[in-house]
Design a protein around this ligand. Structure first.
Ligand SMILES: C[S@@+](CC[C@H](N)C(=O)[O-])C[C@H]1O[C@@H](n2cnc3c(N)ncnc32)[C@H](O)[C@@H]1O
Length: 195
């Protein structure tokens, strides 16, 4: 939601760009990218049939026909070959890779990083990564050590979020409110290859 809010405030321009979302959950930033004019948004999740089906339903329920042509859903387990992902983007790496709340699984760090390194465009590509305090300071540091060793650099940024926080209804139709006090705790980073 915080990454999505940063997109809605145009902290990262997605119009005309190719976007890859990893470990997408519901795929919110990937879907928003389409609405903001992304050339292609590829939303990926662990290749479990039920998860991918749910994401596909989300894609159809939230995008019109034209928008759906710019959005794809695929299963991808981190560290697995990325040929199919690159092929969807016309044989090119992606301009933006979104990683929201995925680095708390420390045993997955190397695999997640492999996918990032293989899919990010070396010429100007950016990873936008967010993590909640439950990730743990040491886990965050570990992931950033790995990516620095792999030739990447990172910078924290403050995501813009609405003053009143974010409200929505859950799948049972119940209202949920996330206040700024919670959302402000989310750490946000932009990552790129060292020039
Ligand atoms: C905490 S959720 C974050 C979901 C979403 N990005 C968000 O911010 O709400 C982490 C996601 O990573 C996915 N995941 C976990 N291990 C994975 C793996 N090895 N390969 C691909 N996805 C994985 C899970 O299915 C889960 O949806």
């Amino acid at each position: 939601m915080v990454l999505n809010s940063a997109l809605l405030y145009h902290q990262f321009e997605v119009a005309g760009k190719s976007v890859l979302e990893l470990g997408a959950g519901l795929g919110l930033p990937g879907l928003t990218s389409v609405l903001l004019g992304a050339k292609l948004s590829l939303i990926t999740e662990y290749p479990d049939e039920a998860i991918v089906k749910m994401l596909e339903q989300n894609r159809r329920a939230n995008l019109n026909e034209e928008e759906q042509t710019r959005c794809r859903v695929m299963g991808h387990a981190w560290g697995e070959p990325v040929d199919a992902l690159i092929e969807v983007n016309g044989g090119n790496q992606f301009d933006l890779v979104f990683v929201a709340d995925c680095i708390w699984m420390v045993e997955q760090h190397e695999l997640l990083l492999q996918t990032c390194l293989r899919t990010l465009n070396r010429d100007g590509g950016r990873i936008v990564l967010t993590c909640f305090p439950h990730t743990g300071k040491l886990n965050v540091e570990r992931f950033f050590c790995l990516l620095t060793d792999a030739g990447m650099v990172y910078e924290p940024f403050k995501a813009k979020i609405p003053v009143e926080g974010i409200s929505f209804t859950d799948s049972d139709g119940e209202p949920v409110s996330l206040g700024r006090n919670i959302l402000d705790l989310v750490q946000c980073y932009v990552i790129k290859f060292k020039e």
